[in-house]
Design a binder for this molecule. Structure first.
Ligand code: ARG
Length: 469
């Protein structure tokens, strides 16, 4: 058998071509190729290859000259890609074969030795993990920036009263700052979840080779250390086929978007004429081509919509894995586009939300008006009666009657004269009016995690310490 020429890899893209008697059709080439999306993995691919080459050299499998040539060739390839001068070829199927073929063009034989003890199966799994690890770190920073933006708005609005809702019915007055800090809690859990996922992303498949391990004396731990990974995947079959880490990430990302979507829905409601609680800066809104009065909250609406695609990607990935036999299957090439789109969507969304929250206009009077309309302090009257010795259930019943009477007269509870209130219970005295005020109600909820301004200020301080880097 004649030796494979350097060009053969470059031209035919098929390291296995000697076995094949007909070329791949253009349609099949296009169908099976991934280079036009997986080229995004180029930096991880080079990083993984360099760690592999360093280890092969330390183990005496490559010599020092081979290693030097590989370093030189990869440096040039990196420069070419960064300059946009790298010629990505569909014929070469994917990012791995494109880079390997170019390396072969540049340095010849040592490039062909690089793949010793390695397969694209463990190579691609390593690349995706390295890439995702970096993206998780960026997402954590963006989530922290969004939390800080929310904490800043919360700090300015600790004493601003809005109606708190359950069932979207006015329930009890809450601090607007407190309301925003609820989202800070969600996003802080998102960071925790991503950090936890990162530990399982950050394990090394290389050394598993195609599926069974390799006959070369590789030092896998050394490669893991070079790449800053926390350990190696311990079963070669699992190493090349596991995409749990991608599914887990995707689930964590879907939850981030669910939180964004909840916040979006509130911003949209609050900006509607019926609520009128806030205004978003014009640069985050659009007008209507037909209705001159319109200012639409496009950014939160789109974010709410994009939540669908990120949740969809989770469904795609988890379905991709369902029923796959061990070990690597080409199905797994389909993991990339959903992952890439998930990361892109999250990054843009988090950036835009951090900016948008900073530019929020809060309409205090409208919030207070809405809070004073829904009998939001009825619980406070019941609590007052409990302090006078009534059982809570009885107090609840008495207040229900008082609310009914107030509704009939079109008044708030605090607007009923004392004599009228005393008809419902003689123990009611003039000190009740302080409690029936929105502010009195707010101040009373002074348990840890409650909405009393002192508590909210303490939470703002805690978040600021936690988020300071
Ligand atoms: N482009 C492939 C992927 O993304 C790389 C691995 C291909 N391995 C193989 N045996 N065909 O999964």
């Amino acid at each position: 058998m004649s030796s494979v020429s350097d060009n053969q890899l470059a031209n035919k893209a098929q390291a296995w071509s000697a076995l094949f008697s007909e070329p791949m059709s253009d349609l099949v080439k296009r169908y099976t190729a991934s280079v036009f999306f997986d080229q995004r993995l180029w930096a991880a691919d080079i990083e993984g290859s360099l760690a592999h080459a360093e280890m092969l050299t330390a183990q005496g499998i490559l010599n020092g000259d081979d290693h030097a040539a590989i370093l030189r060739g990869m440096a040039q390839i990196k420069a070419e890609i960064e300059a946009g001068k790298f010629d990505w070829k569909l014929d070469l199927e994917d990012v791995h074969l494109n880079i390997e073929a170019r390396l072969t063009e540049l340095i010849g034989l040592p490039a062909k030795r690089l793949h010793t003890g390695r397969s694209r199966n463990d190579q691609v799994a390593t690349d995706v993990r390295l890439w995702l690890r970096g993206e998780i770190d960026e997402l954590a920073l963006l989530l922290n920036a969004l939390q800080l933006a929310l904490v800043d708005v919360a700090a300015k609005n600790v004493d601003v009263i809005m109606p708190g809702f359950t069932h979207l019915q006015v329930a009890q007055p809450v601090s607007f700052g407190h309301h925003l800090l609820a989202y800070v809690e969600m996003f802080s859990r998102d960071v925790e979840r991503l950090g936890d996922t990162r530990r399982r992303v950050n394990r090394l498949p290389l050394g598993a080779a195609a599926l069974a391990g390799t006959s070369y004396p590789l030092d896998r731990e050394r490669v893991a250390r070079t790449l800053g990974m926390e350990g190696i995947c311990q079963n070669s079959l699992d190493a090349v086929s596991d995409r749990d880490f991608a599914i887990e990430f995707s689930a964590a990302a879907a939850l981030v978007m669910v939180h964004i979507s909840r916040l979006s829905e509130e911003l949209i409601l609050w900006m509607s004429q019926s609520f009128g609680f806030i205004d978003l800066a014009d640069r985050f809104c659009t007008g209507s081509s037909i209705m001159p009065q319109k200012k639409n909250p496009d950014v939160p609406e789109l974010a709410r919509g994009k939540t669908g695609r990120v949740v969809g990607h989770l469904m795609g990935l988890i379905t991709l894995m369902k029923g796959q036999p061990l070990a690597y299957n080409k199905d797994n090439q389909e993991d990339k586009e959903p992952l890439f789109d998930t990361v892109d969507t999250l990054k843009d969304t988090l950036r835009i939300f951090a900016e948008m929250m900073g530019g929020l206009t809060v309409k205090q009077e409208a919030m207070a008006r809405a809070a004073s309309k829904g009998y939001a302090t009825a619980t406070d009257l019941a609590d007052y009666l409990v302090k006078k010795g009534l059982a809570f259930r009885d107090a609840h019943e008495i207040v229900a009657h008082a609310v009914k009477a107030a509704i009939a007269q079109g008044l708030d509870l605090s607007e009923l004269p004392l004599a009228e209130l005393q008809k419902f219970d003689a123990r009611i005295e003039s000190d009740v009016f302080e409690l029936l005020s929105l502010r009195g109600s707010l101040n009373a909820r002074n348990t840890v995690g409650g909405t009393a301004p002192d508590q909210v200020r303490a939470q703002v301080a805690r978040h600021r310490i936690r988020l300071a880097v």
